[in-house]
Design a protein around this ligand. Sequence first.
Ligand SMILES: Cc1ncc(C[n+]2csc(CCOP(=O)(O)OP(=O)(O)O)c2C)c(N)n1
Ligand SMILES: [Mg+2]
Length: 653
Amino acid sequence: MNTKALEKTALSVRALSMDAIQKANSGHPGLPLGAAELGALLYGEILRHDPSDPLWQDRDRFVLSAGHGSMFLYSLLHLSGYAVSLEDIKNFRQVGSPCAGHPEFGMAPGIETTTGPLGQGIATAVGMAIAESVLAARFNTPKRAIVDHYTYTLVGDGCLQEGVASEASSLAGHLGLGKLIAFYDSNKITIDGSTDISFTEDVAKRYEAYGWQVLKGSMYDFDGVAKLVSQAKAETKKPTLIVLTSIIGKGAPNKQGSHSVHGAPLGPEEIAAARAALGIPGDFYVAPEATEYFAAKRAEWKKAREAWAAEFAAWAKENPEKKAEWDAFYAGKPVAAPQMPSFAAGEKIATRTASNKSLVAAAKAWTNLVGGSADLQGPNAVAIPEAGVYSAANRAGRYLHFGIREFGMAAISNGIQLHGGLRAFCATFLVFVDYLRPALRLSALMKQPVVYVLTHDSIYVGEDGPTHQPIEHLCSLRAMPNVRVLRPADAEETAVAWEMAMARTDGPTVLALTRQNLPVFAKADPDWKNTARTGAYVAKKADGKADVVVLATGSEVSLALDAAAKVSGKKVQVVSVLSKELFESQPEAVKAAMVPAGARVVVCEAGVRTGWEAWAKAADIMSIDRFGESGPADKVAAHLGFTSDALAALIAK
Ligand SMILES: Cc1ncc(C[n+]2csc(CCOP(=O)(O)OP(=O)(O)O)c2C)c(N)n1
Ligand SMILES: [Mg+2]
């Protein structure tokens, strides 16, 4: 190990970070300065990666969970040879710069996931480690291990205070993810000051209790940390937490060790003092020794990757069937054409139950579909018997028992999806989407097509009462950019919704599904399966030009069909709105074909009115703008005015 070059690399990380943050007049120097040595060691000696092929499937993954320390990552990406230029670093935190305020997936090669919301990074890393083990079990042969890499993450005090980190770490310990290695930048400082004011637990003991191996060392001891990493790798049955004692902002002589260095530029005087103390000769300094060191490393890395490629080619030749599957996995394509289920008109079946049939069919075609529920396998109807259960003993299993950890589940699903090669889904009650919302937001921001199976989608849940009855949830999910909310109205629509979810490549899909049975109804539009992909289609056509168009979603479509049958003297058309936001994004002509100009619009949805006002007058919207009630579903619905008689009366008005 070339300690001198590593020291010069750490020096360059400090120099670039303090200058970029000063130039932007915004940012967080504490972590990049305090953890620069680990960064040098990680990017120089520990990671198996190749900046000339940043998407190399068998690269080690690194997640900067403490995303506020983004300059740590950008400096190291630049120094080690990724396509992050000095110019990019000088544009840190400027509009359009790949060096955004917090690391953003897709903005620059080498950023494995978006971080910044503390705690989610380590949870996402858990998902990546799961993905690695699934793919290794699926593809490696006794002769060749073509999937064999580690997942590293760097967490701070903040990440380890967040509940989502606990959820995911508990599961990681249970699953025995031996190739997950987390470094803890233990500087005992957060924004408000010393961790003494709010965080005095024994983190090491907590992680031991989760089933992790816990090791301790100093952030500034290259040999020591390298040895700890070897020890972490030697423990194949447990994830490892390496607690590194550190000094926040190390190198800024008057500010280091204090919370003042966490999240504000050092200022010209402190920068001058730091330069003098560290021997930094000028602006945006990169030590020549660091440049030389990484130039040599790049040649080594390229060779290592080419050796893997040769191994892969030999493997592909020996295992043509596995290779075909591998190609499909990485292209996001099914290995066989999906055979979605069909249903008979009149059949009464809950959309969650229909969803299970579609999920099982999808899992047959997309043999890389991996996921599960937060302890609601039965209620969410997400069992996939032939997929097997993923566990420490069965890495080839594709069903994940996430336990009652909704937020951890969704962040882990992002990691599984981001890793590459797999499709992820997860499931819980729709009302508990609030427990996982921040991870759904990152799925949407990162354009990851995770499928969220969210059942028990309204007051029709019944007896479990208001805590379990979604009210504002459909509206709030529709408000989140790039989330596609699909609320199918019967079993047939559910199959189409699953097809749409699996076909999506650029963002998450929420499937809002019923607990209660719904009739499979005859559709007026003969081409409804295609029309539905616009977000809506005509379920019942008016006789001639419609006087009233009823827009309904999910279970309220059959309510609307019943109501329409009760209305005389008016030409009523019923439109099933599978996806409100998708329908609203269509050209005017598409919308007008279903909702003709001049027709009165009535809306029916068992949720809040907000968002429907553009379609109908407030008095024409049948909605629920209060919390629900505990009672049998039909009684609760009647109590809240959700009957076909009430809707018929509204239509007839
Ligand atoms: C979920 C979430 N809550 C709050 C914040 C705001 N925040 C950013 S950094 C930080 C303190 C983090 O402390 P630590 O992880 O110890 O980082 P250090 O100060 O040591 O760099 C907070 C509260 C955030 N980014 N994410
Ligand atoms: Mg800290």
